[in-house]
Design a protein around this ligand. Structure first.
Ligand code: BG6
Length: 480
């Protein structure tokens, strides 16, 4: 059961932006509606816009309220809104920070200050410098950094170094919203809290692992951002990597943030580095092409007609640890695929036992759209004899408890308010992940091989099927 959180002051930079309106404020509302926010907890929106609080609240009313999809009541909304204030702050204007610090420090009831930088990373350095100038980097201040944290290893190191001039690592909360997903967090209790799985969670029993994040949406109105980003940077370096870490890590010494993060770091560090030839062989990049009424990527707004940006990527990776040596990890993500899903699949090896044939079990952990855990088992067919048939034993996580399941951002905001770092990325993990993807980016920058095409609303390019067929494997949707 959840309990009331600590008293807090949260300053949101970029408060008039899309993320604040669509996610941060609606998620804070949900925590408020559930009675989790301290009665005196305050939210101070800041941005360059020349608004006063009344104008900001009017914007929240039109742009944010519509994103509150559940548990809405006018009364609760009004009491939530009463927590909000607004201040115009230009990150490059030191005087604005003096004003900001007066408001924050005028409070004596809390010393729990959260600064959420929901802005482009180029504003992080000036914001941190000016915050530090007015003492808003003291030990009681936590800083939350929204992704993307860089576009390659070097830019990520630069951002981290800039922030580290003013904040200690244990004050820094780097967001990856996949870490806020209940069903991803559940991988650790599932593996280490039950007798069944951990015994077989290794190369002796597991034939291959698949990690998929599939989206049905295309790039929508984000063509400009997406075209300089691509699927590898947008999804693999961060979200897929987090899923991989939870599946592949060794048992942490404890559940303390740094013990868990140490084990995650070891997984990323053990990913086999790729040469350029490995990239040609083991990485497939592709773009969606038009199909039916759906546009192809190259026809989307703000996408150059000769763009080589990938909207799909599939990778065959290996982890060089005693547990996983030789087991292929297939990672993939794409836009405009046939269905929306995020899942982890463990395909177990066939165990020939002489009585019932060689029946490969399979475990599917689905994060979305439904949160389920499904284990493929072989059971007796009805009738004479002992022939077996495959069936899925399915656990619907939504039915395990009546407790409200919070959206990822709400869960993460609650962790920040109470100062728990476990669900946030440490600098070393993040930079290791960049290190691993760099050979792919470097290869693509000069490769004569153009991205393959795949029809919008399909499961991706044929070449991604071939990638698995080579090892005698198939993606989940192609399996029996
Ligand atoms: C974001 C990406 O980080 O994650 C988006 O920038 C993507 O492109 C989104 O659509 C997917 O998140 P979710 O939670 O809907 O799977």
């Amino acid at each position: 059961m959840s309990q009331q959180l600590n008293n807090f002051d949260m300053v949101i930079f970029g408060a008039t932006g899309d993320l604040a309106m669509r996610k941060l404020l609606p998620c804070l509302y949900q925590a408020h509606a559930a009675g989790l926010l301290h009665p005196q907890g305050r939210i101070l929106g800041v941005s360059r816009s020349q608004f006063d609080t009344a104008q900001f609240l009017a914007k929240v009313e039109t742009d944010s309220k519509i994103h509150v999809k559940k548990n809405f009541s006018e009364e609760l909304w009004a009491s939530f809104i009463a927590r909000l204030q607004y201040l115009t702050v230009d990150v490059n204007t030191p005087e604005h920070f003096t004003e900001l610090s007066k408001i924050v420090k005028a409070r004596t009831e809390t010393d729990n200050v959260i600064i959420y930088l929901s802005t482009a990373p180029k504003f992080f350095a000036p914001a941190c410098k000016n915050l530090a100038n007015v003492g808003l980097n003291a030990d009681n201040v936590r800083i939350v950094l929204e992704k993307p944290l860089g576009t390659d290893l070097q830019s990520s190191q630069e951002i981290n170094t800039d922030v580290a001039h003013y904040f200690q690592e244990n004050q820094i909360y780097r967001i990856d919203h996949y870490l806020g997903k209940e069903s991803l967090q559940n991988v650790l209790p599932l593996r280490f809290g039950n007798v069944f799985f951990e015994q077989v969670w290794n190369k002796d029993f597991v034939k291959s692992v698949q990690i998929t994040i599939a989206e049905q949406l295309g790039v929508e109105e984000r063509g400009e951002f997406y075209d300089i980003t691509g699927a590898l940077r947008d999804m693999v370096q961060n979200h897929i990597m987090q899923m991989l870490c939870f599946v592949a890590m060794e048992k942490p010494k404890s559940l303390d943030a740094d013990d868990v993060r140490d084990e995650k770091l070891k997984v990323v560090a053990a990913l086999k580095p790729m040469t350029s030839a490995d990239v040609d062989k083991n990485v497939i990049r592709a773009q969606y092409t038009d199909s039916g009424s759906l546009k192809g990527y190259l026809q989307e707004n703000n996408v150059p007609a000769d763009s080589r940006t990938e909207t799909y990527v599939a990778i065959r990776a290996e982890i060089d640890t005693p547990r996983w040596a030789g087991v292929p990890f297939y990672l993939r993500t794409g836009k405009r695929l046939a269905a929306r899903s995020a899942e982890i699949v463990l395909n177990f090896k066939e165990q020939e036992n002489g009585l019932f044939g060689a029946n490969p079990n399979r475990l599917v952990i689905s994060l979305q759209p439904d949160e389920t855990i499904s284990l493929k088992l072989y059971v007796k067919q009805v009738g004479s004899g002992l022939d077996v048939q495959a069936t899925d034993m399915v656990l619907d996580m939504g039915k395990v408890s009546d407790d409200r399941r919070a959206e990822a951002y709400e869960l993460l905001l609650r962790e920040v308010i109470d100062g728990r770092l476990g669900l946030f990325n440490r600098r070393d993990e993040l930079e290791k992940a960049w290190e691993w993807v760099m050979p792919i980016l470097d290869n693509w920058a000069v490769s004569p091989i153009k991205p393959y095409g795949y029809a919008a609303n399909s499961w991706g390019p044929k070449e991604a099927q071939d990638l698995l067929a080579r090892d005698g494997n198939a993606w989940l949707e192609d399996q029996a």
